[in-house]
Design a protein around this ligand. Structure first.
Ligand SMILES: NC(=O)c1ccc[n+]([C@@H]2O[C@H](COP(=O)([O-])OP(=O)(O)OC[C@H]3O[C@@H](n4cnc5c(N)ncnc54)[C@H](O)[C@@H]3O)[C@@H](O)[C@H]2O)c1
Length: 351
């Protein structure tokens, strides 16, 4: 592995106003006094853009001139080309994407634009402006209906069950070809259900909180028989930073041609939680934080329903490779994580 000292480097974080991108940017600026971060984001309204403004304002609080924000679209090739030429990035972290499994059913175009064309533009830019490491977000959704648990990066993942998953798997394939052809060190990270303060309102814990507050009913899919490897945001950020600092080696094969400096890792909690336990913990923490009253009738606001198209019943990460190569395994449990979310929610929405 090629070690990279991130301090003193110039980093591109795409999706910097997004949930993971904003947390990563904050941690990079805080941890490395000489790092520079350029953050790109199109600020779309897939969910409340005020949350993206809020995240950027949190970054600005610690910005001493080392963070530059660029509003723009990954699919704009000219913009991406110029950005790379101007900044000579050492490390690129591509987190910008159209996320969400269900949304991809009604809005396929934007997935192709952001996740396929956008990612292609990043690859082309890395080809013409060599970087030390390209790290990019893949997703646990590439495992589709994989029956074997835990999910290993050695498993065959050729059966995506949503367009979102297909675009993420395509990213891995495109990255492999660019790593092979142009010797670009690349690492794809399959994240498993990330949650935390100022997270994504389209995700279950967040939307359930909003619905419960409005007195609406929450739907519990697959009659609660879902298991999810929930990963707290701080664990994801730590995992991404460790991976950024260690790029796959550039080696030459017996045929004299480069062996692609290419890797894929899971980043997931490693202890899948039953959806019903997760919901019970969320309820308890919402009451504890004062978001919902102690006498809230949760049973009256829950409805057990079947599976939704594109959903998978179990996600469960085999995190051994990350531990082996980067000495890290996510460790924050759902009690601690949901407590931080509930406390943040109380303060942010002043409920
Ligand atoms: N949060 C999770 O549970 C999870 C799980 C698996 C994978 N991922 C992946 O991790 C990455 C980050 O996810 P997140 O949860 O922070 O999502 P997010 O939606 O909060 O962040 C993504 C950001 O990218 C921006 N963006 C979208 N299309 C863009 C484009 N064409 N050009 C520029 N910016 C664009 C959005 O405005 C958004 O701010 C995504 O690639 C996502 O697919 C997330």
């Amino acid at each position: 592995m090629q070690k990279i000292d991130l301090n003193g480097k110039t980093i591109l974080v795409t999706g910097a106003a997004g949930f993971i991108g904003a947390n990563l940017t904050t941690e990079l600026l805080t941890r490395y006094p000489n790092i520079k971060v350029v953050g790109l984001d199109v600020m779309n309204d897939y969910y409340d853009p005020a949350l993206k403004d809020y995240r950027l304002s949190e970054i600005e609080k610690i910005n001493d001139g080392r963070f530059t924000f660029v509003k723009g679209n990954l699919a704009d090739k000219e913009l991406i080309t110029n950005l790379f030429k101007t900044h000579n990035f050492n490390v690129v972290v591509n987190l910008a994407a159209q996320a969400g499994v269900r949304y991809s059913i009604d809005h396929p175009d934007v997935y192709i634009e952001s996740n396929i064309i956008g990612f292609y533009n990043i690859l082309e830019a890395c080809r013409h402006n060599p970087v030390e490491h390209l790290v990019y977000a893949s997703s646990s959704s590439v495992y589709g209906g994989n029956k074997k648990v835990p999910f290993s990066t050695e498993d065959k993942v050729d059966n995506p069950v949503s367009l979102y998953a297909a675009t993420k798997k395509s990213n891995e394939l495109l990255a492999h070809s660019y790593s092979k052809l142009y010797n670009i060190p690349s690492t794809g990270l399959r994240f498993f259900t990330v949650y935390g303060p100022a997270g994504r309102p389209d995700m279950f814990y967040y939307s359930a909180t909003q619905r419960l507050l409005k007195g609406e009913t929450i739907s519990i899919f697959n009659y609660g028989n879902c298991k999810r490897d929930f990963t707290y945001i701080d664990d994801i950020v730590e995992g991404v930073i460790r991976v950024m600092g260690g790029a796959p080696d550039k080696l030459t094969g017996e045929d004299g041609l480069p062996i692609p400096p290419y890797a894929i890792y899971n980043i997931g909690g490693g202890t899948p939680e039953n959806l019903l336990d997760y919901i019970n913990t969320l309820q308890e923490e919402l009451v504890r934080a004062g978001v919902l009253p102690e006498d809230y009738d949760f049973d009256a606001h829950k409805e057990l329903v079947g599976m939704q198209p594109g959903d998978v019943p179990v996600t469960y990460a085999d995190s051994e490779a990350l531990e082996r190569d980067y000495g890290f395994t996510p460790k924050i449990g759902i009690r601690e994580g949901l407590r931080k979310f509930a406390e943040w929610y109380k303060e942010y929405y002043q409920v």
